[in-house]
Design a protein around this ligand. Structure first.
Ligand SMILES: [Fe+2]
Length: 189
């Protein structure tokens, strides 16, 4: 069961999602849909609606954890489970770390989130340099970020091979408004 776009927007408004997180989520949605469409064209069974809604909602609990701490991916998963949207919950729950290296909706949203810094599409390197500058405060945290970067690079290789996408080309999506209807990705780029 997948919620409508209407329900999704209403939930984002009802939970007072801060405007910068809304802009980030819309851009992650755009990248996610483009990657998902390319996978679909390459013969992978990808649910575009699941990708669309999960991308929009992946940070639905982010603001709560900025204020109070906690794991916003896990909280987002639980929130979706409470609404009965288990599949969206599974994708949101994996947007920081993947449970497997399977090419699926969770991998698409996880990767796309790592390619969007604030509301711009950037390279993995750029995104992780930013993370390193902000959170690389000890040798331990630097190593953790570096390991995370290696994992994200592996995901990028897997997705690029599966979809035929050239990762650098995703930055062209910066030319498109984040709330573009996308038109199911036909004839995009
Ligand atoms: Fe997040």
């Amino acid at each position: 069961m997948i919620p409508s776009r209407q329900w999704t927007s209403e939930l984002m408004a009802a939970r007072n999602m801060p405007p910068h997180i809304v802009r980030h989520s819309r851009q992650v949605r755009l990248v996610s849909l483009f990657v998902a469409r390319s996978l679909l064209d390459a013969g992978f069974a990808i649910d575009m609606q699941l990708v669309d809604r999960a991308a929009l909602l992946h940070d639905i609990c982010k603001a709560d954890t900025i204020r109070r701490g906690g794991d916003h991916a896990l909280m987002g998963r639980r929130l979706m489970e409470e609404f009965g949207y288990r599949r969206i919950g599974l994708v949101i729950g994996q947007h920081v770390r993947l449970d497997s290296m399977d090419v699926n909706e969770a991998m698409v949203v996880n990767y796309s989130d790592k390619r969007v810094m604030h509301d711009r599409v950037v390279s993995l390197e750029r995104r992780f340099i930013d993370l390193m500058e902000r959170y690389g405060t000890s040798e331990q945290s630097m190593e953790r970020i570096l390991r995370h970067f290696e994992q994200a690079s592996e995901v990028e290789r897997v997705l690029a091979r599966a979809s035929g996408i050239e990762p650098a080309r995703l930055e062209l999506l910066n030319l498109v408004a984040g709330n573009h209807t996308f038109d199911r990705g036909q004839g995009f780029l």
